[in-house]
Write a protein that binds this ligand. Structure first.
Ligand code: PLP
Length: 406
């Protein structure tokens, strides 16, 4: 069981006077940042804010810390350090990737996108239609928001080069079977690009087990700084045309991040690994096997979240005025809960704010998913999203507040 005092002690936000008395339920928009990340970022700016990888000491430390971030996060996810790259955001990473696929694919080739995704893993790919690429849409069930793998199989054929889908949608919340979808795509000769932004904050995935060719997530929603993290398998990285400077083509983690990296933030990402390893040590889960340790921490977070989530889902399900998007069984989903009502989501969020609940309302850039479930995107949804550092007391406070405003 998670030691909540230990967990919350790792986040300065929980001892910040200006945030006291406010329960945070917009974590899917961006999580609080853990202390090791803040400490590393501060240290970098104070002690190492020089051009990295030069021969003087401060520069060596700067470069080494950037390498450390890549290597340790890679180890926790079961991939090679060279497969991990940092970009300004997930949206920017998919734009660059789409450009690479645009050059690599031929007119008449096809890609599959979903209408469950956040726009970041949808729009950039759909624009390939301008270059003669056929774009096929894998559609959600209008009632449940569910993506059916059988339906994907009917869209796959030997013209499909890439299947883009979310590990978990930021409004439906259902956890998609990545390994199964990836196996189906691979069997048809296609690669997959998985948006893990809404999943990774609930425990870093074992990417070796999932087998995805591209896996994307955002560090700023995963207790880290404002960076997009992209994992791409070497075979694909070598196949796609380089998008970076020509002389960097031989460095896999520079091929798809053309911007100069934000050195301090990349280095501070090592603090995300510190946090996961601190959690493991504190809970008796430390081991020499980083993937095993990452998985153990993932399972610990997930067990806590699932227990807290079920009563929220039960509450939503029993309210006639509320439509709960996605599964009502906590074991099938992330604690990212979108509720559609007759009232605009943003108006409900405003009411909740006066009850000490920090939540958001709107379309969350998942306009296609809302439309796919016949939810008016202009009205949007109220979204309540939490993570492992959320307490039972905060859930109780949320339910009392919801009772008052719904
Ligand atoms: C599921 C999902 N994918 C992608 C993104 C975009 O991430 P970024 O802000 O890093 O571009 C978001 C951001 O809200 C998201 O929720």
């Amino acid at each position: 069981m998670l030691d909540m005092d230990f967990v919350r002690g790792m986040f300065p936000a929980f001892s910040e006077p200006s945030l006291e008395g406010q329960a945070f339920f917009e974590n899917a928009g961006g999580s609080y940042t853990c202390a090791p990340v803040i400490d590393r970022l501060t240290r970098y700016y104070k002690e190492r804010k020089v051009q990295p990888y030069a021969p003087y000491a401060a520069s060596q430390l700067a470069g080494a810390e950037m390498d450390e971030a890549r290597a340790r996060l890679a180890a926790l996810m079961g991939v090679a350090p060279q497969d991990v790259s940092f970009g300004p955001s997930t949206t920017q990473n998919t734009y660059v990737l789409a450009q690479a696929f645009r050059q690599w694919m031929d007119p008449g080739d096809a890609i599959i996108v979903t209408n469950q995704d956040h726009e970041a893993n949808s729009g950039p790919w759909r624009r390939l239609a301008e270059d003669g690429i056929e774009v096929r849409e894998w559609q959600i069930d209008p009632e449940t928001g569910h993506l059916d793998v059988e339906a994907l199989n009917t869209l796959l054929d030997d013209r499909v080069r890439l299947v883009c889908f979310p590990h978990c949608s930021n409004v439906v919340g259902e956890i998609n079977p990545v390994a199964k979808i990836t196996a189906a795509a691979h069997a048809a000769g296609a690669f997959v690009c998985v948006d893990g932004v809404s999943y990774a904050p609930h425990g870093l995935p074992d990417l070796g087990a999932l087998g995805a060719d591209i896996y994307l997530f955002s560090a700023y929603k995963t207790y880290g700084p404002h960076q997009g993290i992209m994992v791409m398998r070497r075979n694909l990285a070598e196949l796609l045309p380089n998008q970076g400077h020509y002389f960097n083509a031989g460095t896999p983690f520079k091929r798809f991040t053309p911007a100069g990296p934000d050195h301090a933030q990349v280095a501070a990402c090592a603090g995300m690994a510190d946090y996961i390893e601190d959690l493991a040590r504190h809970h008796g889960l430390a081991s020499n096997d980083p993937v095993g340790m990452g998985t153990a921490v993932h399972d610990l977070m997930r067990a806590h979240e699932t227990e807290l989530l079920q009563p929220v889902l039960d509450f939503a399900r029993t309210r006639n005025s509320v439509r709960l998007l996605g599964p009502s069984d906590a074991s099938e989903r992330a604690p990212t809960v979108a509720l559609a009502t007759n009232v605009p989501g943003a108006a409900l969020a405003e009411k909740l704010a006066s009850h000490g609940i920090m939540a958001g309302g709107g379309d969350f850039y998942a306009i296609r998913a809302l439309k796919g479930m016949n939810v008016d995107p202009d009205k949007g949804v109220l979204r309540l999203s939490f993570v492992h550092y959320t307490t039972q007391d905060e859930i109780d406070k949320l339910l009392t507040a919801l009772d008052a405003v719904l």
